[in-house]
Ligand binder design. Structure first.
Ligand SMILES: NC(=O)c1ccc[n+]([C@@H]2O[C@H](COP(=O)([O-])OP(=O)(O)OC[C@H]3O[C@@H](n4cnc5c(N)ncnc54)[C@H](O)[C@@H]3O)[C@@H](O)[C@H]2O)c1
Length: 275
């Protein structure tokens, strides 16, 4: 059964990577997709592709770190379609670097987009869905929202925040027909690995050290996410490697921290981390 056919789905950060993969897959499954991205050029290109494939799409430029803009996007969708069935809060950025080298402005940027962007989308959609008596909020975190990763303090803080927010909302939404899932992927082969700011990190070496087998494409990731949504999973952990890390961390948090300490030490020895 296709639960997405003729449903209304908002997707942020749909101009590239996982958001784009989700928008295209949902449109293929017959959903009315309301897509947005901070890049007008990217989102228009994605919308053109969906429309050419006979998908039902509305696209706009949107910066998820602006509350009024996020609210307008959701309110406009309710006005146009009369309801929202799904919201996928996907937009995000990454800034990597040893904790001592990350300026406070970069902290603000990561928290504003990765955490507040998801807070805004969730907190506007939640009461609307409560009133409807149905709806599903799908928030993008990361395996870094569940397990400690070095050189990633601001990103990890933002993603742990998304996990906490989503778990709390899931509990509160349960008696009102509102479902909430959080997505925690491992390595997904998207532009984020080339586009993100890296401070005192040798990007080429870091990316070349990522085991290719541990990663999947954004299109594969989108399908795994939608399977998790169909099953109403609380945590949609994507990639086998991420699942193994999550299990390890739950069995022994101290062992997981020790392993990550070794990984960090090794990265410094190899010159991947420069300070
Ligand atoms: N790629 C991975 O390995 C991976 C792993 C775990 C989690 N994630 C998360 O998945 C999400 C999507 O990442 P991706 O890998 O597809 O990256 P991506 O760079 O391919 O796509 C991210 C999209 O978000 C948009 N965006 C950035 N800031 C925005 C803002 N303020 N408002 C609206 N849109 C904005 C970008 O323009 C881009 O189109 C992110 O939240 C990321 O943290 C990615």
């Amino acid at each position: 059964m296709n639960i997405f056919n003729e449903k209304v789905a908002i997707i942020t950060g749909a101009g590239s990577g996982i958001g784009k993969g989700l928008a295209e897959e949902l449109a293929r499954r017959g959903a009315h997709v309301v897509i947005s991205d901070i890049s007008a050029e990217r989102i228009e290109k994605v919308a053109d592709g969906i429309a050419k494939a006979n998908g039902k799409v509305i696209a706009s430029m949107l910066d998820v770190s602006k509350y009024d803009a996020v609210k307008k996007n959701i309110d406009d969708t309710v006005t146009a379609h009369g309801r929202i069935d799904f919201i996928f809060n996907i937009a995000g950025i990454a800034i990597g670097g040893p904790a001592q080298d990350v300026p406070i402005d970069d902290w603000h940027k990561v928290i504003d987009i990765n955490l507040y962007g998801v807070v805004y989308g969730s907190s506007v959609a939640f009461p609307i869905m409560m009133k409807q008596g149905f709806g599903h909020i799908v928030n993008m975190a990361s395996i870094e929202g569940l397990v400690p990763f070095p050189n990633s303090s601001s990103y990890a803080a933002s993603k742990h925040g998304v996990v906490g927010l989503s778990s709390a909302l899931r509990v509160e939404g349960a008696d009102h027909g509102v479902k909430v899932s959080v997505v925690c992927p491992g390595y997904i082969k998207t532009a984020i690995w080339n586009d993100s700011k890296m401070i005192n990190i040798n990007r080429e070496k870091l990316v070349s050290e990522l085991p290719d087998w541990s990663g999947i494409t954004p299109e594969q990731c989108a399908k795994v996410i939608l399977r998790g949504v169909e099953r109403n999973k609380a945590f949609i952990v994507v990639t086998l490697f991420a699942k193994l890390l999550w299990v390890l961390h739950r069995i022994s948090p101290n062992l997981a921290i020790w392993i990550m300490k070794m990984v960090h030490r090794d990265a410094r020895k190899k010159g991947i981390v420069k300070t």
